[in-house]
Design a protein around this ligand. Sequence first.
Ligand SMILES: Nc1ncnc2c1ncn2[C@@H]1O[C@H](COP(=O)(O)OP(=O)(O)OP(=O)(O)O)[C@@H](O)[C@H]1O
Ligand SMILES: [Mg+2]
Length: 201
Amino acid sequence: MAETSPYVVWHHATVTRARREALNGHRPGVVWFTGLSGAGKSTLAHAVEEALHRSGCRTYVFDGDNVRHGLCADLGFSIEDRTENIRRIGEMTKLFTEAGVIALTAFISPLRADRDRVRQLVGDDFIEVYVKCPLGVCEARDVKGMYAKARQGLIKEFTGISSPYEEPEQPELVIDTSRTDLDESVRQVVELLRARSLVPA
Ligand SMILES: Nc1ncnc2c1ncn2[C@@H]1O[C@H](COP(=O)(O)OP(=O)(O)OP(=O)(O)O)[C@@H](O)[C@H]1O
Ligand SMILES: [Mg+2]
């Protein structure tokens, strides 16, 4: 990455984070869902957003496929490109927390180092939710028909089949979607966010 020019100077806002929090009535944060394709990240992130929005929270979901249409349209699925993809999303989510928003992300984000870099960047507002689901169940769901194509060798570098997935070591929450239904999964995430004051009591 290019070094920042010494002539680029940070301009401080007068509308501070504390003022945004007071206006919104809740704390911002990044709820980072990670897991295999088909594990349930998008389903869960959007269902949690629905619940938070109904509770009066300002939210936004960053979803893998959507981001790749625009912000990250130039990136592929090599390890280098996946790292750059997550770096950009991480920076975006940080800006969203500064704007007072609860950012929810639904990216496979298979590499621990990439996720940990975002954790370091975002700091205490980073909440990692491991959407855990056995590969066999994800493959049986095959929501997008991609596992079948990956098994046929039609999709290269497919996570879980021909590209690695590194489980989080200390996520804030683990949800096994092969054993937990969607309502209960949402409840567990919202409860955690309530405990951390992201959702008003
Ligand atoms: N507890 C649960 N939470 C979320 N999804 C669940 C749960 N139980 C079953 N499912 C089902 O699992 C599937 C998950 O698909 P989804 O598109 O959300 O996965 P994803 O992790 O976003 O995959 P991708 O990385 O390919 O975008 C859906 O069909 C959903 O209905
Ligand atoms: Mg998804």
